[in-house]
Design a protein around this ligand. Structure first.
Ligand code: FES
Length: 241
């Protein structure tokens, strides 16, 4: 971390019993990542704006009667945080199961099998089956782009693609349309991706997608490895804020 600027205070707090210090403008998830305290997350990505959509990063803060999202909660002096209680484990497991039930995340036939953050979350949260009925939604697959493909059946609506396209590439090709189960990411006001006049084909959206929703054309099951070479740029961006 760069040295704190003169006008940024340092606060002390306790996370899982560890005494830690942090800049007052840091969020709980940033402090946890710096101190190698694992917290699951899906929508958060270092360097992108925060949406707090997936709720997987919920933690317990002593003295408050509610759970808070670690990605959107700033540290405070004297804060005491628990990141891995039984209640949190139960909630996270349920959230991951709901994501699996909502769309069609069939790992065995997915190009991201073995390289998928949702799959990894299921493993770390102990999800070996889904207790709620699957919706068996049949969303479309848009293969109109010459290099990439979007399969809405695999999308978890983390909106990382929307934010990286807007905030890093500056193209604003992606957006979100609809509500509830009709919600989906779209390109150029819901035109096919291949007809987009704003897409630069940079592939950043594909690289930040945590699942097999955004992939390169021509990849087979298990082949889609996200190299994420530009992620250090995102990390540096955070320290410039
Ligand atoms: Fe915090 Fe998604 S990572 S709400």
């Amino acid at each position: 971390l760069p040295a704190p600027q003169a006008n940024v205070r340092v606060v002390t707090l306790k996370i899982d019993g560890l005494d830690l210090s942090a800049r007052e403008d840091e969020t709980l998830i940033e402090v946890c990542r710096e101190n190698k305290i694992p917290i699951p997350s899906l929508c958060w990505m270092e360097g992108l704006s925060i949406v707090g959509a997936c709720r997987l990063c919920m933690v317990e803060v002593s003295g408050s009667n509610r759970l808070v999202a670690a990605c959107s909660t700033r540290v405070a002096e004297g804060m005491e945080v628990q990141t891995n209680t039984e209640q949190l484990q139960r909630y996270r497991r349920t959230l991951v199961e709901l994501l699996f039930a909502e769309r069609n995340h069939v790992c065995s036939v997915c190009v991201s099998n073995g390289h998928c953050e949702l799959q990894w979350l299921a493993q770390t949260c102990g999800v070996d089956h889904v207790r709620m009925p699957y919706r068996n939604a049949g969303y479309e697959v848009d293969s109109s782009h010459e290099m990439f493909r979007v399969d809405h059946n695999r999308c978890v609506l983390c909106t990382r693609c929307v934010r990286v396209c807007d905030e890093i590439e500056g193209a604003h090709t992606w957006d979100v349309m609809g509500r509830g189960s009709d919600c989906k990411v779209i390109t150029d006001l819901a035109r096919p991706w291949g007809d987009s006049s704003t897409c630069t084909s940079c592939g950043k959206c594909v690289q930040v997608c945590p699942t097999g929703a955004l992939v390169k054309q021509g990849t087979s099951v298990g082949e889609m490895v996200k190299d994420q070479q530009f992620l250090p740029i995102l990390a540096r961006r955070r320290h410039l804020r």
